[in-house]
Design a protein around this ligand. Sequence first.
Ligand SMILES: [Zn+2]
Length: 90
Amino acid sequence: MDVADRSVSRIDAPRAPPRGASEPFRCHSCGDVIGVYEPLVVCDEDGTHTTSRAAEPALQISAAVYYHGDCHAEQSEAIAEPARREAYGR
Ligand SMILES: [Zn+2]
């Protein structure tokens, strides 16, 4: 059964594209791909900072969480909302 053995090892060859620099950044909030020129909010253990893939071409996917600039702003607004209402006395 030499022929069968050989065909099995062929099927085993990886077909998925390799993970690497071309892997898209995805927004943790909406799940969409974050474009190269879109504001990219990076949340990692060092804190939160805004950049873009155009500004940092060497940026790699890591354990950090990524957001669209707009999606992150919406989240921050939602969190800040109660305090702001209090400040305006509403
Ligand atoms: Zn988003």
